[in-house]
Design a protein around this ligand. Structure first.
Ligand code: GDP
Length: 295
C-alpha cells in the first residue's frame, strides 16, 4: 500500500537526515522533494503546495535549524501534517437509529456491493448488530445476484424485489421488513453508473430524501487518484454525504486519493477496503496511515 509514495518521501527526507548541517536552503530543497512526491502520488498540485507551505511555516516556527535532531523533527512535522490532511481523529459511523439506515453511493465498479457485504460482516461480528442488506440496483439483475452471493458469504439476510423498478419503494419496504424482523441496521446498496450522470444523481438523491438515512457513505476506488477526488466532490455537492469509503487500497501504490479527499470534500474517510475477501475492511485512522506512509 502506497509503496511508491513511501519510497519517495523516504528519499526526500533522507537527504535532510544525512546532512551534518541543516540550512534554510536544504529544508526548502527537502520540501520541494516532498511536494514532488505528493504530486507524483496524484495529489492535486495546489494541495501539495499548501501542504509544504504549512510544514515550512511550522519548521521555521519551531526552529528546526537549531534543533538537536532536525531530520527527525522534520519527519514528525510531515507526519503530523499528513495526519491533519487525512482527517485528524478517526470517526465512527452513526448507529443511533432503530434501525440505523446506511445508504451506499458511488460509481459502478467502485466496490459498493463488496463493501456493503464487508460492512454487514463487520457490524455483525464486531458490533453484535443484526444487519439487513438491501439490493436497490434495479437495472442490473447481476448486481442483485451479486449482493445475494455476498450476503450468503457473511450470513446476512438480503432484501430484494426483482422486477420492481422503484428503488425508493424497495428501500421503504426493506426498512419496514427490518423493523418487523428485528434488524437494527439496514445497508442499502444502490445502482452506480460508469461515470457521474444526472439520472444516477437524481435517483440516489431521491432515495436519500425519502428515507433520511443515519449515514450516507460514498464508496470510491482509491487507485483512481484525482478522479476519485473529483467524483467525491460531485456526489458530495448533491448528497452532502457523511463519510468516504476508500476501496482497493491493496492495489494502490500512490495514495493520492487517501491523502487529498478529506481536504476537498471536508468529510472523513471512515473505512478502507484492502482486498476482495469479506474480512478485508479496516477502520481508517489518519495517524496510523501517516505512520505507515512514513515508515
Ligand atoms: P460495485 O459495482 O460498486 O458494486 O463494485 P463491486 O463490489 O462489484 O466491485 C468491483 C470489483 O472490485 C470486484 O471485482 C471486487 O471484487 C473488487 N473489489 C472491491 N473492493 C476491493 C478491494 O478492497 N480490493 C480489491 N483488490 N478489490 C476489490
Amino acid at each position: 500500500m502506497f509503496e511508491s509514495l513511501s519510497d519517495k518521501l523516504d528519499n526526500a527526507l533522507h537527504v535532510l537526515k544525512g546532512h551534518g548541517q541543516i540550512t534554510e536552503v536544504n529544508v526548502a530543497e527537502t520540501l520541494k522533494e516532498v511536494r514532488r512526491a505528493l504530486v507524483d502520488a496524484d495529489v492535486n498540485y495546489k494541495i501539495a503546495k499548501e501542504f509544504t507551505s504549512k510544514v515550512k511555516e511550522k519548521a521555521l516556527g519551531q526552529d528546526v535549524l537549531t534543533a538537536l535532531k532536525p531530520g527527525q523533527m522534520m519527519v514528525k512535522l510531515v507526519k503530523d501534517e499528513l495526519t491533519t490532511l487525512m482527517g485528524g481523529d478517526a470517526e465512527g459511523i452513526n448507529l443511533s437509529g432503530n434501525p440505523s439506515v446506511i445508504l451506499m453511493s458511488g460509481l459502478q465498479g467502485s466496490g459498493k456491493t463488496t463493501f456493503s457485504g464487508k460492512l454487514a460482516n463487520y457490524l455483525k461480528t464486531k458490533k453484535s448488530k443484526n444487519p439487513l442488506l438491501v439490493a436497490c440496483d434495479v437495472y442490473r439483475p447481476a448486481a442483485i445476484n451479486q449482493l445475494h452471493v455476498v450476503g450468503d458469504q457473511v450470513g446476512v439476510e438480503v432484501f430484494s424485489d426483482e422486477g420492481n423498478q422503484d428503488p425508493v419503494a424497495i428501500s421503504k419496504a426493506a426498512i419496514a421488513h427490518a423493523k418487523a424482523n428485528g434488524h437494527n441496521v439496514v445497508i442499502i446498496d444502490t445502482a452506480g453508473r460508469l461515470a457521474v450522470d444526472e439520472a444516477m444523481m437524481t435517483e440516489i438523491a431521491n432515495i436519500h430524501s425519502a428515507i433520511q438515512p443515519q449515514e450516507t457513505l460514498f464508496v470510491v476506488d482509491s487507485m483512481t487518484g484525482q478522479d476519485a477526488v473529483n467524483t467525491a466532490k460531485a456526489f458530495n455537492d448533491r448528497l452532502n454525504f457523511d463519510g468516504v469509503i476508500l476501496t482497493k487500497l491493496d492495489g494502490d501504490t500512490r495514495g493520492g486519493a487517501a491523502i487529498s479527499i478529506k481536504s476537498v470534500v471536508n468529510k472523513p474517510i471512515k473505512f478502507i477496503g484492502t482486498g476482495e475477501k469479506m474480512d478485508a475492511i479496516d477502520v481508517f485512522y489518519p495517524s496510523r496511515m501517516a505512520d505507515r506512509i512514513l515508515g
